[in-house]
Design a protein around this ligand. Structure first.
Ligand SMILES: C[S@@+](CC[C@H](N)C(=O)[O-])C[C@H]1O[C@@H](n2cnc3c(N)ncnc32)[C@H](O)[C@@H]1O
Length: 245
């Protein structure tokens, strides 16, 4: 079972692949699409869940998503068909950093995909290239809520604390106009859901050759979360505008 297959099963009950609940996603999308007829772009869209929710909220909105995962994009397409929004959604299978478009976008999203650009500020630089004047960026990124162990840094990568994260964004020429720090409940729900779904799949498919590996992976990832980073890692989603264009 490869990483993509594990991720697909792990997100069975948490279609947003980031630690935010449905109400937080709705509120952030509402803030990022004040008119309702925006053209929006998601860099690292996964199964397109942020885009699909924005399309459902606003019948005149148009959306585009970029991701390298064929399986995730196929899933986005199927859901869009089912929800009757397919004609307003365009999907691109390619490296997000290489995406080019004739359009400028009123909202550029990138949630949990900063590694595709080499970090938070490079992600903002990429988003800026696609941003219409006066537009919003919605970006979700991890931060250290407390000093992490070396093991946690090795596992999740280099992050700053929340204040430093926001200061770096401001120093880069952006003003936060809203934001959301995932609650302990949202962070916990995400991890329980991912590793619980993978465990459930393994228990329901005992004869599958991947069953034992799936169960072991879920146990390892759950234990890594509980032991190495549950008490130190956080996730912030910011809505940004250029401070001056
Ligand atoms: C944690 S998931 C987040 C998905 C989505 N933004 C969400 O919140 O539901 C990260 C996504 O980034 C995508 N990704 C990773 N590297 C990428 C790259 N170089 N170009 C485009 N997408 C990439 C992955 O395929 C995955 O779908």
């Amino acid at each position: 079972m490869n990483r993509e297959e594990i991720s697909k099963i792990a997100h069975t009950h948490h279609s947003i692949k980031s630690p935010l609940d449905d109400e937080s996603v709705r509120r952030l999308l509402e803030r990022g699409t004040p008119r309702g007829d925006e053209r929006i772009l998601d860099l690292g869209c996964g199964g397109g869940e942020w885009l699909l929710r924005a399309l459902a909220m606003h019948p005149r909105l148009r959306a585009e998503g970029v991701d390298i995962s064929e399986g995730d994009l196929a899933q986005a397409e199927r859901t869009a068909d089912r929800q009757g929004v397919r004609e307003r959604l365009v999907l691109h299978r390619q490296e997000a950093a290489a995406f080019a478009s004739p359009y400028a976008y009123d909202l550029v999203l990138s949630v949990g995909a900063a590694h595709a650009f080499g970090g938070l500020l490079p992600t903002l630089a990429a988003a800026r290239k696609h941003l219409a004047p006066g537009g919003h960026v919605l970006i979700g990124e991890g931060f250290w809520d407390r000093d992490p162990s070396g093991e946690a840094v090795e596992m999740l990568g280099e992050f700053a604390d929340l204040a430093t994260t926001v200061e770096r964004v401001e120093a880069d020429g952006w003003t936060p106009v809203d934001g959301h720090v995932s609650s302990r409940g949202e962070l916990d729900d995400y991890e329980w859901s991912c590793w619980g779904s993978l465990s459930t799949w393994a228990l329901d498919h005992p004869a599958d050759p991947d069953s034992a590996q799936a169960l072991a992976t879920a146990a390892t990832r759950r234990s890594e979360w509980l032991r190495a980073y549950r008490d130190t890692w956080g996730f912030v989603t910011l809505i940004l505008r250029r401070t001056s264009d």
